[in-house]
Design a binder for this molecule. Structure first.
Ligand code: PGA
Length: 242
């Protein structure tokens, strides 16, 4: 795993946005893997700037998002679908029909999961995926477990993730209890992966991901096995690396 340490989240945002823009310039028909949460916001802000400067054209880009809550509508202000339009898609020229966010809404959620993996495969697979990391080492909603889940699946959120996400909802009772998420196998199929960790509260998770054993108790540690991963850390999240 290639590890790069930057001063602060804004610097990381610029660096990762440049990587994404370079990917699009090199291959205008590429497939981008997108993430939600606070971590990618500086990257999305910097990507919007590059778009406004005329540096990058998203008109033939397609994208797949990592995950979505079960049980809230797409127009809900905390849906990840809405997050992506509010923070990126409505600010660049990506075509709405070219973006996919998991949509766990049918009678049979397992079918939705299988269809999502099939859609990624049919599109040719993700060229460049951005990830954040949870305090417990999760990536997307793949929580610590005894095995690495392979494909897209439905998960029960852990109490720590519900706690971490309650800041976005009126109360903890409003936080959805389940989500649909790409599996570890789905994520590992991406040709190139960028994982971003910022803030001192991510220092333990970043250290376990980079220096710990490959262990499903720290889902992000699986990235040590991927041939093209770069971890972007700020000084605070890199403080335990030694
Ligand atoms: P955050 O979430 O970016 O809001 O810290 C990251 C994650 O839980 O994957």
């Amino acid at each position: 795993m290639n590890v790069q340490v930057y001063k602060d989240p804004a610097q990381i945002g610029k660096a990762v946005a440049t990587l994404f823009a370079a990917q699009v310039v090199k291959n205008p028909d590429c497939i981008l893997g997108m993430a939600t949460g606070s971590t990618p916001l500086p990257t999305y802000g910097a990507l919007v700037e590059l778009y406004e400067q005329g540096v990058v054209d998203f008109s033939t880009v397609r994208s797949f998002n990592l995950d979505e809550y079960v049980g809230i509508s797409r127009s809900h202000e905390q849906s990840y679908y809405r997050f992506m339009f509010d923070n990126l898609f409505s600010k660049i020229n990506i075509k709405p029909e070219n973006v996919q966010v998991p949509f766990p809404a049918s009678e049979n959620l397992e079918d939705d999961c299988a269809a999502y993996d099939a859609a990624i495969d049919a599109a040719g697979g993700v060229d460049l995926q951005i990830l954040g990391i949870g305090h417990n080492g999760h990536i997307a909603f793949n929580e610590p477990a005894s095995v690495f889940p392979f494909g897209t699946h439905i998960v029960d959120l852990t109490q720590s993730t519900i706690e971490a996400n309650k800041r976005f909802f009126d109360s903890i009772d409003d936080v959805p209890r389940r989500a649909m998420t790409m599996g570890i196998g789905t994520i590992m199929k991406a040709r190139e992966i960028v994982i971003v960790a910022t803030g001192a509260d991510k220092a333990d998770a970043a250290c376990a991901m980079i220096n710990g054993p490959v262990d499903p108790q720290c889902p992000a540690s699986v990235l040590q096995l991927h041939p093209a991963v770069t971890a972007f850390l700020d000084e605070a999240s890199a403080s335990r690396l030694g």
